[in-house]
Design a protein around this ligand. Structure first.
Ligand code: ZN
Length: 133
């Protein structure tokens, strides 16, 4: 498994324009994401950086796959958070609707998903997602 060593000063892949070290970097290193939307961003960044261990550890145990193989041919270009509902510091559930834009050798694609998150023991976790209507 290959994973990119993140450059701490690069703009965070999640697209907020903040350096990685001040955005998703600390969350990848174990700092709890304060909101479901930030956990969503950190998971997108982990996809972009090939950090499958983080993707598994931020996946709720009830739905977590045994292993996760990332497609090496996919390059993630951009994340757009379309909507988020609940998922705040005082909530225990939240949903985030997003569009992730990527590219494979076959061309550019968009993936839309409405993801469900739960807060468990002070940390947000990804549960599952559906394609929004
Ligand atoms: Zn980020």
């Amino acid at each position: 498994m290959s994973s990119t060593t993140p450059d701490e000063t690069m703009p965070c892949p999640c697209g907020l324009g903040t350096p990685y070290a001040a955005c998703c970097g600390p969350i990848h290193e174990g700092k709890p994401a304060p909101t479901a939307a930030q956990l969503m961003r950190s998971r997108y960044s982990a996809f972009a950086l090939g950090q499958s261990d983080y993707l598994l550890s931020s996946w709720h145990a009830s739905t977590r796959p045994a292993e996760l193989e990332l497609d090496e041919d996919t390059r993630w270009l951009r994340l757009i958070i379309d909507a988020s509902d609940q998922g705040g510091p005082f909530d225990t559930v939240g949903t985030v609707t997003f569009t992730a834009i990527g590219r494979t050798p076959a061309g550019r694609f968009e993936q839309r998903e409405r993801s469900n998150f739960v807060r468990d023991g002070g940390n947000w976790f990804y549960v599952d997602g559906i394609e929004p209507a």
